[in-house]
Design a protein. Structure first.
Ligand code: IMP
Length: 426
């Protein structure tokens, strides 16, 4: 069994989409296990750009099966918009190629409204406004509506009625517009009809697939530093982003995860609020943003930009149990004469080399920055490691030394073939 788990090693937007797309070549089934439409994967197929939010990046491989796992929160309207977008590429999912977990929870319009209302208040954290937090809250409060409810209109009616009652009270308290039950139910019933053939017990499907020697790729969403427990709480998403989250979020045992690959950019970005020790001041941040086209795939927001943060990367590697790193956007860093790296933090006069548990402490740390040798030039045509400038190879060696991980893949441009694969995952 050679399964692979791919997770973001930073605050999301590390380029997981491209890495998963490449590694899907070595897998039969691609499984998402957490989050929802807050994710945004920009994929490039035959020169055409496709952005998916709910579907796994593996969807652009016709012969692979994609799974939306138990731990996800699924917005049916978004999913039904996303599926036809793949039609012109002849990649529209079928019930054979896409399995939706009956156990996953639904993101409903009132979740999005609650997200919006909260984010317009004093305690905003800069969410994606996709209703993710409120949907996970309903899950934890045991009043959520699940995909399996779509198969039983009477059960759906009952659950929706209870959940909407609570949601409307909260909406009212926040000064928003309450929602009517009937149109909501009618929309869900119509959506259920369209999606019924795709709904299965995905954990059972995965067990059977593994018994038939099919190889799995577990595709993480967001990044480790946005994990509900291990991220920069409270500036985090509401689900697990760890590789281990795939056990609960896909209904598989820990042995199924295989090798864990963390994806990291050669620098760091973050969208939304929260501490970011290696954030670069303007105009440096603007230069990174421009060179790396750092605008959110889901929200279009300009991303905050800064230098590679080794303490944060070491921490992410630890809590996610990474074995390998995929290093993306190395070509972007090549635009800088003296790239900078954060090698440690200073907190209250002490040097530390890991993330403190409290985001308020993290907000106080001073980054210890070190300039490294530039590796200018256009890396986009380089197809093997030895062909990289010495400075770029040194940069990779430093990351390997500092994290104790092997950099197995380097991305030097947005296209599939602008990649240096140093290890074959067979
Ligand atoms: P939520 O997941 O929409 O509740 O947002 C919570 C935090 O996670 C915010 O700071 C978002 O910007 C961030 N976030 C959520 N999903 C992603 C993602 O896919 N990439 C980057 N940041 C994300």
């Amino acid at each position: 069994m050679n399964n692979i788990s791919v997770v973001g090693a930073q605050w999301g937007d590390e380029g997981k989409g491209k890495v998963v797309d490449l590694l899907t070549g070595f897998a039969d089934v691609v499984v998402r296990f957490s989050g929802g439409a807050n994710a945004g994967h920009t994929l490039v197929v035959a020169g055409q750009q496709v952005i998916v939010h709910l579907l796994p990046s593996g969807v652009i491989h016709r012969e692979k099966t994609c799974v939306l796992g138990d731990g996800m929160v699924i917005d049916l309207s978004g999913l039904l918009e996303e599926m036809p977008q793949l039609e012109p590429l002849n990649l529209r999912p079928t019930p054979e190629s896409l399995k939706i977990s009956a156990r996953a929870h639904l993101v409903l319009p009132y979740h999005r409204e609650l997200d919006r209302l909260r984010e317009s208040g004093r305690r905003a954290i800069g969410t994606t406004l996709r209703g993710i937090g409120p949907a996970y809250e309903d899950r934890a409060a045991r009043r959520g509506c699940r995909v399996c409810d779509l198969l039983h209109p009477d059960r759906l009616r009952e659950r929706l009625r209870c959940a909407l009652e609570v949601a409307n009270l909260r909406i009212q308290a926040l000064g928003g517009q309450t929602m009517a039950f009937d149109p909501l139910e009618a929309t869900l019933v119509a959506q259920a009809e369209q999606l019924r053939p795709f709904i299965v017990d995905t954990s059972l499907y995965l067990q059977r697939a593994m018994r038939a020697n099919k190889r799995m790729l577990f595709e993480g969403a967001q990044g480790i530093l946005l994990d509900i427990d291990h991220g920069t709480y409270p500036y985090v998403t509401s689900s697990t982003t760890l590789a281990g989250g795939a056990c609960g979020g896909a209904g598989v045992g820990p042995h199924a995860l295989g090798d864990v690959i963390g994806v990291t950019k050669a620098y760091v970005t973050r969208v939304g609020e929260g501490p970011f020790p290696s954030e670069a001041p303007e105009p440096e941040a603007e230069a990174l943003r421009k060179a790396g086209h750092e605008f959110g795939a889901t929200t279009g927001r300009p991303r905050r930009c800064g230098w590679l943060d080794l303490p944060a990367l070491r921490y992410a590697a630890r809590v996610a149990g990474m074995r390998y790193l995929a290093l993306t956007k190395l070509d972007v860093l090549a635009n800088f004469d003296r790239p900078t790296v954060c090698v440690a933090y200073q907190l209250d006069g002490q040097r530390i080399d890991s993330l403190p548990p409290d985001a308020e402490d993290l907000a106080k740390v001073e980054p210890v920055l070190q300039e490294v040798e530039g590796f200018g030039g256009d890396l986009r045509g380089v197809s093997d490691f030895q062909g990289l400038p010495a400075g770029a190879r040194d940069f990779v060696a430093m990351i390997e030394r500092e994290t104790d991980l092997e950099v197995c893949l380097l991305s030097v441009g947005p296209q599939r073939d602008q990649t240096i694969l140093r290890r074959a995952f067979r």
